[in-house]
Design a protein. Structure first.
Length: 625
């Protein structure tokens, strides 16, 4: 590592920590200031902050690996999460969520189900879900950043006591970076998080443009096309994955065959099925939900969500594609010779490229950008999780009356506690992959059904929500445990065969059990109080099956019209997914020099942007709080 690169990284760390601490003086008025920035932060800063928080290192490493192996079609792999849930938030959910005027997602639940035993049960389970997922993500960050930084930085920070190793180098690095990030996050709350994330986003933009420019200038289309095939550049697909690589790269074709996505049409169908329900369910109780609740108004919540989509994908994919092009030209033959190649090996492409092929200066900026990606994602979770401990548990059930200073102090203690538990869990995690699987399958698998029904069905009540969440979490956890134990199962047995199935194909099973829990919990208990439903519906005004509630409100001379925008919102979501996809494909095609397809992607982007101006933006401008 050259002294210039080290200096850039040190300067970035000092800048981030200094800005975070300096601006923390704003967060002194109470919990609303501490966790939501007093709802005074401009929507475009919140959008930059939200986009920055989604630009994480581990996810970027995974995207680089799948783009390298699967080619242009790999952007659809992100539908597993699904990435276009942000489109649904932009089109209608941000408006619905912001109208609640609450501080956290679990507090929002009380406005839907009331404060009786059923409402409290639903409130508690979503608060616990939020806290556990925050701890899980901190463990995920702890495991990921240590492994990444150790590959990049030359110094050994291993701590010994005699012959015994107290701390490995990667864990020392992880603790150091987490400590620095936690300081300004805990001190300043949302103000510090947003301020530092805006700076971090700008650094990521510079890093992405520099890497893309370096790859574009130094590698020709002849070099690139000597490695990849026309199928690698083809965005269209059939029922089965076609051969992506030429015969001389047989190892890569064999790896694709072994990963379980050969039936690509079925895979895409299942991601669309899961994605629709997961997207209508809305954002999980995490940092992006906090950004929506932090906006000044309902209108600005929609603007912020749209802006997040606009600013995230092009710079991120400039960085990803630049690194993939460098890896294709320099590392593909070496990797092809590795007959035992796995997907995990491809996730190391980024640190290999950074170490071997990025010049001095650009390397320092890239590493500062990747460090910024880690710190922004980490700080966003550290700010979001403790809000549920303080506002939804401590303040509600233990100390409802206290000074603002007292609640802020408890918030800071809670932040350190959550970070400590996440780090502790990270020490005992087997790998990043095991944490990712646990978070995406066990935690989020149980979230979808109950949170889908809460928007659209008036009869769905607090007990239905509780048992739906609980049933989904139990089945998803069993599926995760089965996957972890598959090495010890008898080959050929039913459990062994079930353990080999990709998690996405088991989603209907998890969803079905969760729906069963929702329905049994709902019909075996009384409906939510009509006054609560009327208050919720008249405030949030969702579409769906709300006729009995709407009729009651009409009798009482409420003047608002029933929300009949379902088909318009779905059309906007479909256009929005195409719009989002064009922002991913544009930088990929441009950097691999496929200019006709790059121009097509640009035209699609401009056309969909124009359509959304009339079908979405003009409608948002007319919204009244």
């Amino acid at each position: 590592m050259d002294i210039i690169d080290v200096s850039i990284i040190v300067a970035y760390i000092l800048l981030s920590v200094s800005i975070g601490i300096w601006i923390s003086r704003k967060a002194k008025q109470g919990l609303d200031d501490y966790f939501l920035g007093g709802k005074t932060i401009k929507w475009y800063f919140l959008g930059l902050s939200n986009g920055s928080g989604m630009f994480d290192v581990s996810g970027t490493s995974w995207m680089i690996g799948v783009l390298f192996l699967y080619g242009v079609k790999s952007f659809m792999f992100m539908w597993l999460w699904p990435i276009w849930n942000q489109i649904f938030v932009m089109m209608f959910l941000a408006v619905w969520i912001r109208r609640s005027k609450v501080m956290t997602g679990s507090e929002w639940i009380l406005t839907r189900f009331g404060s009786d035993r059923a409402g409290k049960a639903s409130h508690i389970i979503v608060a616990i879900f939020a806290i556990i997922s925050t701890i899980g993500f901190i463990a995920y960050f702890f495991e990921g950043i240590g492994k990444f930084v150790t590959i990049i930085l030359p110094w050994d920070l291993t701590l010994h006591y005699g012959d015994m190793i107290l701390l490995t180098s990667e864990r020392s690095y992880a603790l150091l970076i987490i400590f620095l990030t936690t300081i300004y996050t805990v001190k300043g709350g949302m103000f510090s998080v947003v301020a530092t994330e805006v700076v971090q986003y700008l650094i990521m933009i510079v890093a992405g443009v520099l890497i893309a420019g370096y790859a574009f200038i130094n590698y020709t289309d002849i070099q690139i096309n000597s490695i990849i095939t026309p199928e690698w550049k083809n965005v269209f697909f059939g029922w089965q994955f076609e051969t992506q690589w030429s015969d001389k790269f047989l190892t890569f074709n064999n790896l694709i065959d072994s990963e379980g996505y050969k039936m690509f049409g079925a895979f895409i169908g299942m991601t669309l099925f899961k994605g629709f329900f997961a997207s209508v369910a809305g954002p999980t109780p995490s940092y992006d939900l906090q950004r929506v609740l932090s906006t000044k108004s309902v209108k600005e919540a929609a603007y912020m969500s749209g802006f997040t989509n606009l600013i995230l994908f092009i710079p991120r994919y400039l960085l990803i594609t630049g690194i993939v092009v460098i890896a294709l030209v320099n590392l593909a033959p070496e990797l092809n010779a590795n007959t035992g190649l796995t997907g995990a090996d491809l996730e190391l492409l980024m640190p290999k490229v950074v170490n071997l092929y990025i010049p001095v200066g650009i390397k320092g900026i890239l590493l500062a950008g990747l460090l910024a990606a880690f710190m922004s994602g980490f700080s966003a979770f550290v700010n979001a999780g403790p809000a549920y401990i303080v506002n939804d548990i401590y303040k509600k059930y233990f100390k409802p009356v206290a000074s603002n200073a007292h609640y802020i102090k408890v918030s800071q203690i809670s932040s350190f506690l959550v970070v400590g538990l996440g780090v502790f869990m990270g020490f005992f995690a087997d790998s990043i992959n095991s944490l990712t699987l646990w978070i995406t399958s066990a935690l989020y698998g149980g979230y979808v059904a109950a949170n889908f029904l809460k928007w659209i069905w008036w009869r769905f009540n607090g007990w239905g929500y509780f048992w739906g969440m609980f049933a989904g979490l139990i089945v998803a956890s069993l599926q995760f445990a089965l996957g972890q134990a598959k090495g010890s199962l008898t080959e050929g047995s039913f459990l062994y065969d079930l353990a080999q199935v990709q998690a996405i194909y088991l989603f209907p099973l998890i969803f079905g059990f969760s729906i069963l829990g929702c329905l049994l919990g709902t019909f075996l208990s009384k409906p939510t109080d009509m006054e609560v439903l009327k208050s919720f519906y008249s405030n949030v005004r969702p579409w769906g099956f709300w006729a009995p509630v709407y009729k009651q409100l009409k009798v009482e001379d409420y003047t608002f019209e029933k929300n009949n925008d379902f088909w318009r919102d779905m059309m906007n979501c479909a256009i929005g997914i195409i719009w989002q996809s064009s922002m991913i494909l544009l930088p990929i095609f441009f950097i691999i020099r496929d200019y006709p397809k790059a121009i097509t992607a640009l035209i699609v982007f401009l056309v969909t942007t124009t359509i959304l101006k009339f079908t979405w933006l003009d409608k948002v401008r007319k919204i009244e709080d």
